[in-house]
Design a protein around this ligand. Structure first.
Ligand code: C2E
Ligand code: CA
Ligand code: CA
Length: 725
């Protein structure tokens, strides 16, 4: 049922699309009909154009996209519809630009459906189709012209011979071709004086045929002439070359430019002596302008007018290749800090204005032609330097970019201050691939952002490697919880008074499919950064509580679970924790939450509230890694902690024999202070017997460390320790 229905709708959509394309073909035929030399009627031309319209429409929405349909359509217009006038192409492209997207919309999947394309993507595809169409058109016209030229050369030569032999018929035949040809033809003697010019040539130059006949080819020097034009011409004039072909500009009497495809052939007499030069000219001015316009559009950002990612990529490739004549490069890759917030809070119109202003400021920082300022996309910009003198010149530019943005930008009456982060990559050409440079620039830019933004950072291979590593872990982290790749290990906490187990700390690990077993130091900071720590932390809590239930018969051992700062600030911390304890049927006093000292120092009363609530329920709170932060000891009173976990770094000094006196004094002081405040003391990192003895003598309550046991999987832990409780 459903599938039939779906198919039915599908067909309707297509019909919509085809109706639209029929309308498109009609508009198209009306627009170009006057400019074609076709023998078709207008209605027949429309019939001819309809399948071409369908081809373009389908290509626009095809997966994967290729612009080749544009090329074929361009060729078909010339070859089959005889649409050869230089005026026709701009009309064709104009229609495609204005109507194709509109009328082919029926062929597109519904917005939001799989495969539906964004407006930008559609626009860019349409531009590429136009490009291909122009190329196909130009190619076909060129082929046709070459064919025409071939025929003309033969006729001209025959005619010249005929003059001498007074063969009138041949002369007449030549005249006919000469007069009616669509391309410009001029015949000059060997001194360059034009003896004859046809109507098409005269029209191209905006002169009469009579005026044309007084000109000399050698006067038509133009400043934009390709360097080889006049050399080729001299060779031909001396009889050393029989023809050449170039693209050549001319100045018309009204001051405008005429661009031509020029073919000059040498006509020899019966003895083989050079007699005449035959110039065939095809007017390509429109095509050239169009090409320039399309190329400009394809390589520039519409909003800011800056070169876009495409042009930037071309330049980067050239600068990095050894053949480009450039020795080195410098790249400042810039991303605006907090641009999303501007867009979200003030709207896209303001965001756009801001981007335009940023583009202007950046552009104002460099006028050197060897520097390219481009908008890479969104709020990302790049400045590419060729051959900077040294690193200092690149960092100097980065500083001036930041400085240029520092003055507030006024948009719609608001003063917006712009901060940005810049990643700098520089080096010699011929060493790095563009993709490597871009990746490095991106990583470095993020390093600048992570360090607080509004600054630049310089790329270095070590931090790149670390970032790539981090990046790949971060990417795989979200799925890891679903794929069940985390597991817990437990390390016993030993009561120092009698050496019995008092509880266990749950420590999470990640069984990574590629990197193998990863310790929490590798991924907890990433999980914290991405927010995954909240679901992960909840999972650890559930696991730990349910494992604890299975230990020591009816009376569960106390289990310690680490809590990250981000979890601390999560509104569901209290209800989640209560729910986990209740569903496992575990008393709150069987749970101890470990929170680092540093996470608590900066917390205000409100932020401490959830911890207080949990403490009031009977959950123990331990201050983890104590001694590594710089808390005011008097502050300990306002924290809901029941235990201090003294950081491993302070007990290391006690491993030596005799123990480090400074550490001894410190631990002694902490223990007595903690006890005075009613707090128990746990020591971490106990690795030797003498260390354990010392700590016991100093009055520590509980200990944890390799001397007693390494962290172990739950089964092993239960076997070795849980029964002992
Ligand atoms: P921590 O809370 O200080 O955990 C104690 C760390 O010391 C553990 O490292 C443990 O394996 C290690 N350790 C235990 N005894 C000794 C010893 O005698 N000598 C030495 N050198 N090390 C010892 P681990 O498992 O790599 O955990 C590192 C940190 O990761 C933990 O430090 C904790 O801050 C964090 N972490 C672990 N699991 C979780 C978790 O589930 N949630 C959160 N938020 N953080 C966790
Ligand atoms: Ca801990
Ligand atoms: Ca610790």
């Amino acid at each position: 049922m459903t599938s039939q229905n779906e198919r039915g709708e599908d067909r309707e959509d297509r019909n919509d699309g085809e109706d639209g394309l029929r309308r498109f073909a009609r508009i198209w035929s009306r627009t170009i009909y006057p400019a074609t030399q076709t023998s078709l009627s207008r209605a027949e031309l429309e019939e001819f154009l309809h399948p071409l319209a369908v081809r373009l429409g389908e290509a626009l929405h095809a997966h994967p996209f290729t612009p080749s349909a544009g090329r074929e359509v361009g060729r078909a217009l010339v070859d089959e519809a005889h649409c050869t006038s230089p005026d026709a192409l701009p009309h064709v492209l104009g229609v495609v630009e204005s109507y194709l997207v509109l009328y082919a919309a029926g062929l597109a999947p519904a917005a939001g459906a799989p495969g539906a394309l964004g407006v930008d993507e559609i626009r860019s595809r349409c531009a590429r189709l136009q490009h291909a169409l122009a190329a196909g058109f130009a190619f076909a016209v060129r082929e046709r012209t070459l064919g025409e030229q071939e025929a003309l050369s033969r006729a001209a030569l025959a005619a010249q011979t005929a003059v001498e032999e007074a063969l009138h018929a041949s002369e007449t035949r030549f005249r006919a071709v000469f007069k009616d040809a669509t391309i410009g033809i001029g015949i000059a003697d060997m001194s360059g004086r034009l003896r004859d010019a046809n109507g098409a040539l005269a029209r191209m130059f905006g002169r009469s045929e009579e005026e044309m006949r007084r000109r000399n080819l050698n006067d038509w020097v133009h400043p934009d002439d390709a360097p080889e034009v006049w050399r080729l011409h001299r060779e031909l004039a001396r009889g050393r070359r029989d023809h050449f072909r170039v693209e050549k500009p001319y100045q018309r009497p009204d001051g405008t430019m005429l661009w031509t495809n020029l073919t000059v052939s040498l006509l020899r007499d019966a003895e083989g002596e050079p007699r005449y030069q035959l110039a065939l000219m095809e007017d390509v001015t429109e095509r050239r302008l169009l090409h320039l316009r399309l190329r400009y559009e394809a390589t520039h950002d519409e909003l800011t007018g800056l070169p876009n990612r495409t042009l930037f990529a071309e330049r980067l490739e050239r600068v990095l290749s050894t053949g480009g004549g450039v020795r080195g490069f410098g790249l400042c890759y810039l991303d605006i800090d907090g641009f999303k917030a501007v867009n979200d809070s003030l709207g896209h119109a303001v965001g756009d204005q801001l981007l335009i202003a940023v583009a202007e400021r950046l552009q104002s920082c460099t006028t050197a032609p060897a520097h390219l300022v481009a908008r890479i996309g969104g709020d990302e910009f790049a400045v590419l330097m060729s051959d900077p003198r040294d690193t200092e010149e690149v960092t100097c530019l980065a500083r001036s970019l930041l400085a240029a943005l520092a003055t507030p930008i006024s948009v719609e009456g608001r003063e917006l201050s712009v901060r940005a982060s810049i990643g700098i990559v520089e080096g010699a050409s011929g060493r790095l691939e563009p993709a490597e440079v871009l990746r490095s620039a991106d990583i470095t830019m993020y390093r600048a952002k992570d360090a607080g933004g509004n600054r630049y950072a310089l790329a270095d291979p070590d931090s790149d490697a670390r970032a790539i590593d981090r990046h790949s872990l971060t990417n795989h982290l979200p799925g890891a919880l679903e794929r069940d790749e985390f597991f817990l290990e437990y390390q016993p906490l030993i009561r120092m008074s009698d050496g019995q187990v008092d509880g266990a700390e749950a420590l999470v690990r990640w069984k990574h499919p590629v990197h193998g077993r990863l310790g929490p130091d590798r991924f907890i900071p990433l999980a914290e950064h991405t927010g995954l720590i909240v679901p992960l932390g909840r999972w650890v809590l559930e696991q730990a509580v349910s494992h604890a239930c299975t230990w020591a018969g009816g009376q569960p051992l106390r289990v310690n679970v680490n809590l990250s700062p981000r979890q601390l600030h999560h509104p569901d911390l209290v209800p989640d924790t209560i729910a986990v304890l209740e569903s496992a049927g575990v008393a709150p006093s069987s749970l101890c939450l470990e929170v680092t000292e540093s996470a608590l120092i900066s917390a205000d009363e409100d932020e401490l509230k959830p911890l207080w609530q949990l403490a009031e329920l009977g959950v123990d709170i331990a201050l983890d890694d104590f001694g590594t932060g710089y808390s005011n000891l008097a502050n300990l009173r306002r924290l809901p902690a029941t235990t201090l976990k003294l950081d491993r770094s302070f007990t290391q000094g006690l491993q030596r024999h005799p123990a480090d006196p400074v550490d001894l004094t410190f631990v002694e002081g902490i223990v007595s202070l903690a006890h005075a405040l009613g707090l128990a003391v746990t020591v971490e990192g106990v690795e030797t017997e003498s260390q354990a003895d010392q700590l016991r003598q100093l009055g520590c309550d509980t200990a944890q460390g390799w001397y007693y046991a390494r962290p172990a999987p739950p089964g092993e832990f239960a076997r070795d320790w849980a029964r002992a409780g």
